[in-house]
Design a protein around this ligand. Structure first.
Ligand SMILES: *Cc1c(COP(=O)(O)O)cnc(C)c1O
Length: 450
């Protein structure tokens, strides 16, 4: 047996060096990708534990291998916490991540060629809700609803498409939607066409548990969520069935259990299951409620200051943890320039399509940014206002750049743009301010977590 005290720092210095660099990057930049967060010491303790050694194919009390008496307790703990916190009848905590979880829902309910419906990728939906780029758009006949010109989900379009196409499964849930999800309206639509309704609350599950976004549970049959976004746990996912889901189809829990294992997956990642259990415990505390509420307050403060600086936002604001800036008034296709320049200034976010996109999904006109990670660091409205000013300054610095119409010219133009901004003194000045702010909100003392 290897020495218990052997350390990656000594045995694999090359890897250790990269890990240290990543730690430093997280500590010294403003992380505004709305699907990211900084998880807790306890979650990392569970992830870095001996639980990674065990094989546990099956479910508590029904395993294919021996030696699972303690893993059974851990998985049952995670399941029971999920059921009681979300107020659902059934939970499966084994999905490896959000995308497999959604695939497992399809596998439980649909055959290849069946019609399904979801929000389109370009209007803020997820790949796994039937995008042509995803297997879900190829295996199933996919119908996609979008948002109206005002940026809100087009409920009447969704109703019309549902009536015309009679999907077997309808998804409600987004990755780039700044407003409350209309669960009740979608429940009516699903009811009218007798479809299963699944809410994918990957982005907002922490807000739901924190009481600052309505829960889908009274309205839908199935809920899926990742556990690493606003929920602030490990990379993983859960599938849950509501009371309404059981009333529609008593077999739903057993269908989902079978589709997760053996349908899609082999052994569950027991170290992740343990980390989900402890993340759920944390999410049940008053401190977490306060966190979730601050996430939303921060997003609102960010949005208000950006708008008062003259930046257009999709839907003119936000109800949740994210803001979608629409840079079309500066020029269509500005998203890529903004993302790169902000990165140099130490502010991390991503380019995104906007409602009525006039450029393309690869060169979109928007920027998606969120507050979950910054809020975990302890930042509040005051910092959000300062960050809005920094973002506005970066946009001013790059406002003379334009995406060439000629597709062949674009690559060369962007290459030159990147060379020019790398040496921008103005961006370096902003990066200094970013660093000063980061130092006031320390994050993680080291890579070590046990
Ligand atoms: C993040 C996300 C997923 C996918 O999760 P992965 O863990 O990246 O596979 C699925 N659906 C929605 C709505 C998401 O936001």
């Amino acid at each position: 047996m290897e020495n218990d005290k052997s350390n990656i720092q000594d045995t694999d210095p090359e890897l250790y060096g990269y890990m240290q660099e990543e730690l430093l990057r997280q500590q010294t930049s403003l992380e505004m990708i709305p699907s990211e967060n900084f998880t807790s010491h306890e979650v990392m303790q569970a992830l870095g534990s001996v639980l990674t050694n065990k094989y546990s194919e099956g479910y508590p009390g029904k395993r294919y291998y021996g030696g699972n008496q303690f893993i059974d307790k851990i998985e049952s703990l995670a399941i029971n916490r999920a059921k009681s916190l979300f107020n659902v009848e059934y939970a499966n905590v084994q999905p490896y991540s959000g995308s497999p979880a959604n695939m497992e829902v399809y596998l439980a309910l649909c055959n290849s060629g069946d019609t399904i419906m979801g929000q389109s990728l370009t209007s803020g939906g997820h790949l796994t809700h039937g995008s042509q780029a995803s297997a879900t758009g190829k295996i199933f006949k996919s119908v996609q609803y979008g948002v109206s010109a005002d940026g809100y989900i087009d409920i009447e379009e969704a109703r019309r498409l549902a009536k015309e196409n009679k999907p077997k499964l309808i998804w409600i849930g987004s990755t780039a939607y700044p407003r409350k999800l209309p669960f009740k309206e979608f429940a009516e639509i699903a009811n009218e066409v007798d479809a299963y309704l699944a809410a994918d609350i990957s982005h907002i599950s922490g807000l739901v548990l924190g009481g600052v976004h309505e829960s889908p549970v009274p309205y839908v049959h199935i809920v899926t969520t990742t556990t690493h976004k606003t929920l602030r746990g490990p990379r993983g996912a859960m599938i849950m069935v509501t009371k309404k889901g059981i009333e529609k189809d008593q077999e739903l829990p057993s269908k989902i259990d079978k589709s997760v294992f053996p349908g899609m997956q082999g052994g569950p990642h027991d170290h992740v299951t343990a980390a989900i259990a402890t993340a759920l415990l944390q999410a049940s505390t008053p401190q977490f409620k306060e966190y979730a509420s601050q996430v939303v307050k921060n997003a609102r403060a960010l949005a208000e200051k950006l708008m008062s600086n003259g930046i257009k936002l999709a839907t003119n604001g936000t109800d949740n943890h994210l803001v979608l800036a629409d840079l079309t008034p500066i020029a269509p296709g500005m998203g890529i320039f903004a993302q790169d320049a902000l990165d140099i200034a130490g502010i991390t976010m991503n380019k995104n399509t906007v409602p009525g996109e006039r450029s393309s999904p690869f060169y979109p006109s928007g920027l998606r940014m969120g507050t979950p990670a910054l809020t975990t660091r302890g930042m509040k409205e005051q910092e959000m206002a300062q960050i809005s000013d920094m973002i506005s300054d970066v946009l001013r610095i790059i406002s003379r750049y334009r995406l060439p119409d000629d597709k062949a010219e674009r690559i060369e133009y962007l290459r030159n743009f990147r060379i020019e901004i790398k040496d921008s003194e103005a961006l370096k000045e902003i990066k200094k301010k970013v660093l000063q702010m980061c130092l006031k909100f320390p994050l993680y003392s080291s890579l070590q977590h046990s």
